[in-house]
Design a protein around this ligand. Structure first.
Ligand SMILES: [Zn+2]
Ligand SMILES: [Zn+2]
Length: 261
């Protein structure tokens, strides 16, 4: 990717302060915002313990677990946090009719949104795997309404990955066509760096984010331990919980980069 990318034009605080009781509140925090584990994502080979170990090895201060359509329980996150001494934030990667959307701040899972319409389906009857077979008409617009109602944040994941399917050397889409995707009208930001995407896909996403004034986000989308930390988001403040994470993202108070930069 072409160097660190600022989330938006928000003001940044001074660098880390040393030797101060307040340094925890002024130091920067490095997170990976997009990771799947075996806890709830069947497609992942990464156990929660392996994720925590890999994250510490990569120099991260914390990770965001973003399982497909499932959110970790609070106690699960705290237990892993205590065990490994690394911050664990809970989000979801929600399957919608307009593609995958990462959300933070939203506790309600898609299966809960649609259970009333499907009285014969029990909450735990196989739903962890719905990402592979979306059976519900969850649109980006509805998801955004849910997210906004709790003042969360919605980020389009790998927004142009679908073009890789066709194996094209050049993305067959103009910037105008790309920005007209309906999904992009119902998110606060988009991933301009997803480590599982090609540089062409990420570059197009960056152009689209610039053109539309969307927050420029990123994540590793790790499903294995070697991918954890492949894309790092730096916050120039210490994030204590998902509420602060949402506020920092919505405020654009972050920069994405790889750890090697
Ligand atoms: Zn995805
Ligand atoms: Zn993902």
């Amino acid at each position: 990717m072409p160097g660190p990318v600022r989330g938006s034009n928000a003001a940044h605080m001074a660098g880390p302060l040393q030797n101060s009781g307040w340094d925890r509140y002024f130091m920067s925090m490095h997170l990976d915002l997009h990771i799947h584990t075996t806890a709830y994502s069947r497609c992942s080979k990464l156990t929660p313990d392996a994720m925590a170990i890999a994250a510490k090895r990569a120099g991260l201060d914390g990770v965001c677990v973003t399982e497909h359509n499932r959110i970790w329980k609070e106690r699960e996150a705290r237990a892993l946090e205590d065990k490994h001494g690394i911050a664990i934030f809970r989000g979801m990667e929600v399957t919608t009719t307009g593609g995958d959307i990462i959300v933070f701040g939203l506790e309600e899972e898609p299966r809960q949104m649609w259970i009333p319409a499907m009285p014969n389906v029990k909450a735990d009857a196989g739903w962890p795997h719905i990402s592979e077979q979306p059976l519900y008409p969850l649109t980006p617009m509805l998801l955004k309404a849910k997210v906004d109602a709790v003042r969360g944040v919605a980020i389009a994941a790998h927004p142009f990955r679908r073009f890789r399917v066709f194996g094209v050397g050049e993305l067959p889409v103009s910037l105008a066509e790309a920005t007209s995707r309906t999904t992009l009208a119902h998110v606060h930001g988009i991933e301009v760096h997803n480590s599982m995407d090609t540089s062409q896909e990420n570059d197009l996403a960056l152009k689209v984010a610039d053109a539309m004034g969307l927050l420029k986000c990123g994540g590793s989308d790790a499903h294995t331990d070697t991918a954890v930390g492949a894309c790092v988001t730096r916050f120039d403040e210490w994030i204590h919980d998902e509420r602060e994470l949402v506020e920092a993202i919505l405020g654009g108070r972050f920069i994405i980069s790889s750890m090697s930069q």
